[in-house]
Ligand binder design. Structure first.
Ligand code: PMP
Length: 429
């Protein structure tokens, strides 16, 4: 495969954009490859500037759940554009979108649209603090909730990949209110609440962590969080930026049967447009301005084009819930095939799956928390990534991320991937 055009664009990009990319993981640094610049996408395929095509297991990190350029989604988009792109005034489709989300998540009576997952979690934390009158929050090691100051502590995704446990530029005074606990460790939570429970506004958690590789919460752990937050009048925030409308229509809230106090959504609800949202019970959400004293706003929040596309995306998922079972079946096939290849080749690796998300960890499980995943061999992942890339498969360019399936996959794609996986494991072992 040739990557000449991507290389040229990257070199040009390096002059004008820090690291040549607008989000660190895209630089492909941890897999020791140059970034591939994407030109277009269709179904589950993406094509780069050199004309190489890939089966895409990133899917824009979740939003492309119906495949790229899905005709049903993009049909009529020109008519929407012709009617104007942004008004900074309310539009009906915002109300339609809010109603659809509220009807889909029992924990949500009211919802606010924002422009990204980062904004959703940042605003949810502000609401939790405003509502409870308390300052401290708990997050978990390895969970990523976007890059707002108070949440950028021992987070996952690119911050693990690039070894930045806490970013420069985040004042001590801000992070001193962020307590970091161990994922899947209720004892740690109990101790923390015994010591500081009266000051804790909220626990924020990825109910299925996708940012330290795939690490699902144990049911008792999430039940324990629900119980203890109620006991101490703190709020439980589910960050469903990845899991919402993905692992089931009702996200992790549905899968685990838990009603959090606030749910955060991101990318997937925009169907590819920059959208996020946070919602919760009426008495909590009524604290948001203009009803209450928690300020949160956005010129492009509820942007009509993004809302139209997001609405279509979610509505499709609502009307076709059988897709979740189909995607899970495909994920199971992939999991089995890869597990067999691991066995055959004797490579020290473990395939982990939850619903339609997967991670191939180059290490031995079980993987329950950040310490467990840290023991993985990231050099092996890098080699594996490059082998797969050269076979036309786009995997997440870092060990501590997930693979995402979409409705655009079919058996042939999976068979090809399993074959490429075997060849790649053979080559790197
Ligand atoms: N929360 C989670 C669970 C995420 O995975 C992400 C992004 N990967 C975010 C929040 C932040 O979302 P965004 O990148 O849209 O700001």
């Amino acid at each position: 495969m040739k990557f000449e055009k991507s290389k040229d664009i990257y070199e040009e990009g390096l002059k004008y954009i820090p690291g040549g990319v607008n989000s660190p993981v895209r630089a492909f640094k941890s897999v020791d490859a140059g970034p591939v610049f994407i030109n277009k996408g269709y179904g589950n395929r993406i094509e780069d500037e050199d004309g190489n095509t890939y089966i895409d297991y990133i899917g824009s990190w979740g939003p492309a759940i119906l495949g790229h350029s899905n005709p049903q989604l993009i049909e009529g988009i020109e008519d929407i554009i012709k009617d104007g792109l942004s008004f900074g005034l309310p539009t009906k489709v915002e109300v339609d979108m809010a109603k659809l989300i509220v009807e889909s998540y029992p924990a949500i009576d009211m919802v606010r649209m924002v422009n990204s997952g980062t904004e959703a979690t940042m605003s949810a934390i502000r609401v939790a603090r405003g509502f409870t009158g308390k300052n401290k929050i708990i997050k978990f090691e390895g969970c990523y909730h976007g890059h707002s100051d108070s949440l950028l502590v021992k987070s996952g995704s690119g911050t693990i990949t690039y070894g930045v446990p806490t970013s420069l530029g985040v004042p001590e005074e801000i992070v001193k209110n962020t307590i970091v606990c161990r994922y899947n460790d209720l004892e740690d939570i109990r101790k923390t609440f015994e010591e500081q429970g009266e000051d804790i506004a909220a626990i924020i958690v990825e109910p299925v962590a996708g940012n330290m590789g795939l690490v699902a919460a144990e049911k008792e752990f999430l039940n324990g969080l629900r119980k203890i937050t109620k006991e101490y009048s703190s709020l439980l925030i589910f960050d469903e930026v990845i899991t919402g409308f993905r692992i089931a229509y009702g996200g992790a809230s549905e899968v685990y049967g838990i009603d959090p106090d606030i749910v955060c959504f991101g990318k997937i609800i925009g169907g590819g447009f920059p959208v996020g949202a946070y919602g919760g019970k009426r008495e909590i959400m009524e604290i948001v301005s203009p009803l209450g004293g928690v300020y949160q706003a956005g010129t492009l929040s509820g942007n009509p084009l993004a809302m139209h596309m997001g609405y279509k995306n979610i509505k499709y998922l609502q009307d076709n819930k059988d897709i979740y079972e189909k995607m899970e079946k495909m994920a199971i096939k992939l999991e089995k095939g890869i597990a067999e290849n691991i066995e055959k080749t004797g490579v020290k690796a473990t395939i982990v799956r939850f619903k339609n998300m997967l991670t191939l960890f180059f290490g031995e499980g079980p993987f329950k928390n950040y310490d467990d995943v840290q023991r993985c061999d990231t050099n092996m992942y890098a080699k594996y990534f490059r082998e797969m890339l050269n076979r036309g498969i786009m995997l997440p360019p870092a060990q501590f991320e997930c693979m995402f399936l979409s409705t655009a996959f079919n058996d042939e794609d999976l068979d090809y991937t399993i074959k490429a996986n075997l060849e790649s494991l053979e080559k790197i072992k």
